[in-house]
Design a binder for this molecule. Structure first.
Ligand SMILES: C[S@@+](CC[C@H](N)C(=O)[O-])C[C@H]1O[C@@H](n2cnc3c(N)ncnc32)[C@H](O)[C@@H]1O
Ligand code: SF4
Length: 410
């Protein structure tokens, strides 16, 4: 089952925020994340907050059902409107993620988006994304999303190799994600992303190259490539512990990252975050940039996290408990924390150092500055920007990003 939520102070029943959270908000963009907590089957590597029909049976009753979900989520968007009041900002990004959003009818996703539009208004150039599983869409579905206002779509491709997809428990066939890109383009989507995973047990360098080639050949304008994380408590972790599949070591992950960066760069994709490459400036995912740059976003749905003006909160995880709270007119918030100046500084280092622009050295404290000097000397930070007062990861620095971030944050 999904991992546990952090502790924190309770969220008031009406979801209200400390007034300080709304100070200066006109200067910060606002985004919405809408979570869809359902999947047809659970992939053995995944610990996201998502539930199969079997997992939901007997818990949560009709409230937790997929049929009511769009209406329930719209209730939370209306609560957001009450909490944020007369917010002067039209919404800049909406991102529907999961779970498998495309297990719901396209009309449900459009209805969820409509709730945001009705309550807040959307910016003229708003980026409206949904994640989609390749096996759960067809041309008519994609056309309905496009007509309903979605302009970006992100497919979970993961690999082009059948044996790799099998270890990951993915149910789509090789070739289907590439066909999805063509169908999305035909439906009029401006922006299409493919998610890939590298370092799956049994994957070779050639398998990984084949996946990258297939992804690029399909013509997306964005590719995300993630090292497979073996999360505690997942089916994959148990299989590795039992010795049924081997664990991938860090050197293999590093080699695969280098392959990804060189193949993608060759094809005209530039990295703008350690795990994300875009074919143009317009191809970058603005919604993720809101997260990485500490903007305001409201995460609606079970287990979703939000951040407004230095207050971070998270919702109850179970779809039944989530729907019950909203049905009783209560906030589904399970806990929250008010970030201190130091928390916000640490967060900026953790997230922004992974971006192509890096961070100003002025964000660092003395120990972090010494670590930055060492990292620059070891070729982990670009020397040009360093001389001008910025810490920007080199390619080798990106390979060791987690360690560099840990050192610089002190
Ligand atoms: C949680 S999924 C939701 C979207 C959709 N259901 C799917 O699977 O494509 C979003 C992305 O997270 C990535 N992901 C999930 N679990 C991961 C893990 N343990 N290690 C690396 N990437 C992971 C996958 O690339 C996936 O496409
Ligand atoms: S389809 Fe996506 S969200 Fe669902 S279990 Fe698989 S990886 Fe997780």
């Amino acid at each position: 089952m999904p991992s546990v939520l952090p502790d924190g102070e309770p969220v008031p029943e009406d979801g209200s925020l400390p007034p300080s959270a709304l100070d200066g908000r006109a200067e910060r963009p606002l985004g919405f994340y809408l979570h869809v907590p359902y999947c047809a089957t659970r992939c053995g590597y995944c610990d996201f907050n998502t539930y199969t029909a079997t997992e939901l049976r007997g818990s949560g009753g009709v409230l937790a059902s997929r049929d009511n979900y769009a209406a329930t989520l719209a209730d939370e968007v209306r609560l957001a409107r009450k909490v944020l009041g007369d917010d002067p900002r039209p919404v800049r990004t909406v991102f529907v993620g999961g779970g498998t959003p495309t297990l719901l009818a396209a009309e449900d996703l459009v209805r969820m988006l409509g709730a945001v539009r009705d309550e807040f208004g959307l910016a003229d150039d708003a980026e409206i994304t949904t994640e989609a599983n390749p096996e759960s869409v067809d041309p008519a579905y994609l056309a309905a999303l496009r007509e309903g206002g979605f302009n970006r779509i992100s497919f979970g491709m993961q690999s082009a190799r059948r044996h790799v997809l099998k270890v990951l428990d993915r149910t789509h066939t090789p070739g289907r994600p590439e066909a999805c890109v063509a169908e999305a383009r035909a439906a009029g989507f401006d922006h299409v992303n493919l998610d890939l995973i590298y370092g799956t047990p049994g994957e070779s360098d050639d398998d990984w190259r084949a996946s990258l080639d297939a992804a690029i050949g399909a013509g997306p304008d964005h590719v995300s490539a993630y090292a497979l994380i073996v999360e505690e408590g997942t089916g994959l972790a148990r299989r590795i512990r039992r010795g049924e599949v081997p664990m991938t070591d860090d050197d293999v992950h590093a080699d695969r990252y280098l392959i990804a960066d060189s193949v993608l760069a060759e094809a005209g994709f530039h990295w703008y975050e350690v795990s994300n490459w875009a074919a143009s400036e317009a191809g970058r995912c603005l919604h993720n940039e809101l997260y990485w740059r500490g903007a305001d976003w409201w995460g609606a749905g079970p287990g979703a996290h939000s951040h407004v003006g230095g207050v971070r909160w998270w919702n109850v995880k179970h779809p039944g408990a989530y729907a019950a709270a909203l049905a009783e007119g209560r906030s589904p918030g399970a806990g929250r924390e008010v970030l201190t100046e130091e928390d916000r500084r640490v967060e900026r280092v953790l997230l922004e150092l992974r971006l192509r622009d890096g961070i100003p050295l002025s964000l660092l404290r003395p120990a972090g500055l010494s670590a930055a000097e060492r990292a620059a000397g070891e070729g982990l930070l670009e020397t040009g920007p360093y001389a001008e007062g910025r810490a920007v990861l080199t390619l080798r620095g990106r390979l060791l990003a987690d360690a560099v971030v840990r050192d610089l944050v002190d």
